[in-house]
Design a protein around this ligand. Structure first.
Ligand code: CP3
Length: 356
């Protein structure tokens, strides 16, 4: 056990050895015993017990009810035996806590009532009062008490992905207004991304201090950017977020969808582990990263619907590919689809744990 004074004395890394969990070891590039496995969106609509407790409660309200958020966080641990819990929350929670009028519309995603389009809009953005994060911290304290040696992952949305929701006003395929702002008004863009970075960084750091043992930064929509756009307009803001926890002894996973061209830049933004979607093999990701960065991924979520034999075959491919990297955390290439049969996930966890 490595007691660290960088974290509170009662942090799970200090009292429950989560810093030596399977997840933490793989994040440090150590290979011994079964590979760790967890799933993005493991908490959610695929679980009947989730649908039951969420009935009649709006998504973002549920994130801010500590007992409920902790219960939902624990559901996939009890059911699937995954190697990490991921806090039940959402990337837009810190925006809401700062005072932005945002809600999550079922089947659509985050919708922002008044999109941010002008320099005036950007300058009027409210600063997040750290005290507003109390419900998130309380949820973490409740669930880490039950998690014991299983690490809790905290997470945040990266500046580009969050700024896209703010500027477009909702989900967008092409992020046209956001990217046009980047090209036409780089200074305004930078102010906006800077605000998002401060806000989402405070959310991430609060989670670690409250008990998260690892973090993941989701830049879900960064795959819509060229490498040149990413390095010029985005990477420094993502680096601000990752640097907000870089003094703390927790792994920093950085994930995006369709970001095969951006992997080294995403690592250089300050990540210690790179999450890879299912569009490129892990050996290719590893080669692009120079063979020095532990990887997370990348079972195609569609394979969950392909039947046991095909899923096992695909999973064995992913494990073999992952063996090329210094460390491998098994995950999907993106989130669990809502209509996934949860028994398929439970069985997949056991299958991964059974592999030498
Ligand atoms: O992974 C987990 O289990 C932890 C919880 C988590 C949620 N959202 C809960 C949630 C995490 C890590 C997120 C991150 C998130 N939220 C991202 C990045 C990850 C990704 O998928 O790329 C993004 C882009 C969002 C924004 C968002 N929130 C979307 C697009 C949606 C889906 C809307 C829909 O109904 O299709 C949400 C809602 C959301 N966030 C749900 C959950 C469990 C579903 C809400 C419900 O049950 O109705």
């Amino acid at each position: 056990m490595t007691l660290t004074s960088l974290l509170p004395a009662d942090h799970p890394i200090n009292v429950s050895d989560t810093g030596d969990s399977r997840l933490a070891l793989a994040c440090r590039g150590e290979r011994s015993g079964p590979r760790p496995v967890w799933f993005m969106r493991q908490a959610g609509r695929s679980l009947p017990e989730y649908r039951e407790v969420r009935r009649g409660v709006a998504m973002l309200d549920s994130c801010l009810m500590p007992e409920l958020a902790a219960e939902i966080t624990l559901q996939p641990i009890r059911r699937h035996g995954v190697d990490a819990a991921v806090l039940f929350s959402d990337i837009v929670v810190p925006l809401k806590l700062a005072g932005i009028d945002v809600e999550i519309v079922p089947g659509v995603g985050p919708v922002v009532a008044r999109p941010i389009r002008t320099v005036g809009d950007i300058r009027a953005l409210p600063e997040l009062d750290p005290a507003a994060l109390a419900p998130v911290e309380d949820a973490i304290r409740i669930c880490t008490a039950e998690l014991g040696a299983t690490p809790l992952l905290g997470f945040a949305g990266a500046p580009f992905t969050l700024a896209s929701y703010l500027v477009e006003g909702g989900p967008s395929r092409e992020h046209l207004v956001t990217k046009a702002m980047m090209y036409a008004e780089p200074a305004a863009w930078s102010e906006l991304a800077g605000w998002v970075a401060r806000t989402t960084a405070a959310f991430l750091r609060a989670q670690v201090l409250a008990g998260a043992s690892a973090v993941q930064l989701f830049d879900s929509w960064a795959g819509g950017l060229s490498l040149a756009n990413y390095t010029e307009h985005v990477a420094s803001h993502s680096a601000t977020v990752l640097s907000a926890v870089a003094d703390l002894p927790v792994p920093r996973i950085h994930f995006g969808v369709g970001t095969g061209e951006l992997l080294p830049a995403m690592r250089d933004a300050g990540a210690t582990v790179i999450g890879v979607d299912h569009r490129i093999p892990l050996s290719v990701a590893n080669a692009r990263l120079g063979g020095t960065t532990p990887l997370q991924g990348n079972i195609d979520p569609a394979a969950l619907f392909a039947g046991r034999e095909a899923l096992h075959r695909h999973t064995l491919d992913v494990l073999r590919e992952g063996d090329s990297a210094p460390g491998h955390i098994v995950n999907l290439g993106h989130g669990v689809p809502p209509d996934t049969d949860p028994d398929v996930l439970t069985e997949l966890v056991a299958f991964v744990h059974d592999q030498p």
